[in-house]
Design a protein around this ligand. Structure first.
Ligand code: C2E
Ligand code: MG
Ligand code: MG
Ligand code: MG
Length: 277
């Protein structure tokens, strides 16, 4: 009897895996088309200086609404894009569109915006090619490296570690800023961080989410802010939704923030309105 049940469980498990596989295949097929037809939109989320209440830059975030699949969040299609190599053409389209857009917006602004783009681990497999591609695209789109920022997660640093670090070093020397995204969820040690060519730590939104209710979260946030200060790095808090979170961060001298309290990611047109208001 027990054996039978165990057997059934395996069947259910197999079905789940097969369903997962076929979902991925479907996403892959649709994604390939969507990239070709340029159906994946670039949205922009403001990064704020919460003291001056001014926008300092934007982060490019992808939005895909597929005719068959409906809205597919990046957390679902980015991993598929990484596994299949579709991340390369997808990234290139995103870069060209976003860089051109920022340059146009900056032409009309007194304080230029900085554009942040998320990079995947997979892209650092051929890091020399990546570095030359970034330079090529910035040049073609007339965007100064000073107004461009790379966001990578801690785990990206650990995969192909040496290749990745060399690439970041070259990008930083070129004038580009490097931010570590979702910081605090990975495994970076203080000693390791000290040696890295980086400019900024972005505190993961899970720590910001319940700053007040969860004592350990506020301790982690404080520790990251202090760590950034002692390493002379900038620090940005992501996922700031509530006024009390903003107040807490300001009190602890974290001035740069991103989150729904300021703005959700906006379409190009909505971003334009936001900038003009
Ligand atoms: P991320 O880079 O850490 O981006 C922040 C995510 O948090 C975004 O989700 C954003 O919409 C969301 N967010 C921002 N403020 C708030 C807030 O106040 N509250 C809450 N609950 N959420 C907030 P999104 O757009 O779904 O993107 C998820 C992840 O997908 C990104 O995390 C990034 O890792 C990845 N991603 C998105 N676009 C790209 C891309 O062009 N390339 C790559 N490689 N990854 C991307
Ligand atoms: Mg990011
Ligand atoms: Mg993040
Ligand atoms: Mg993330």
């Amino acid at each position: 009897e027990a054996k039978k049940q165990g057997g059934n469980r395996v069947v259910v498990f197999d079905e789940l895996i097969n369903k997962d596989k076929s979902d991925r295949l479907r996403i892959e097929a649709r994604l390939r088309k969507a990239i070709q037809k340029k159906e994946i939109a670039v949205y922009y989320q403001p990064k704020m200086n919460a003291i001056t209440n001014k926008i300092t830059g934007v982060e490019a975030l992808l939005r895909w609404n597929d005719q068959e699949l409906g809205f597919v969040p990046p957390d679902q299609f980015i991993p598929v894009a990484e596994e299949t190599g579709l991340i390369h053409p997808l990234w290139e389209c995103t870069m060209r569109e976003a860089c051109t857009q920022i340059r146009k917006w900056n032409e009309k602004r007194e304080d230029p915006l900085c554009l942040a783009v998320n990079f995947s681990a997979r892209q650092f497999q051929d890091s020399e090619l990546l570095v030359s591609k970034v330079k090529e695209i910035l040049t073609e789109c007339w965007l100064t490296p000073e107004y461009f920022e790379v966001e990578i997660t801690e785990s990206t640093l650990f995969i192909q570690s040496e290749e990745t670090i060399m690439a970041l070093k070259h990008l930083k020397e070129y004038g580009i800023s490097i931010s570590i995204d979702d910081f605090g969820t990975g495994y970076s040690s203080l000693n390791y961080l000290k040696t890295l060519p980086i400019n900024c730590l972005k505190i993961d939104r899970s720590f910001i989410q319940d700053l007040q209710t969860d004592g350990s979260n506020s301790e982690i946030t404080d520790a990251i802010i202090n760590m950034a200060r002692s390493l002379k790095l900038q620090v940005v808090a992501e996922g700031v939704e509530e006024e009390y979170q903003k107040e807490y961060l300001l009190k602890n001298e974290c001035w740069h923030m991103q989150g729904y309290l300021f703005s959700k990611p906006l379409s190009k047109n909505d971003m334009e309105k936001y900038l003009n208001q």
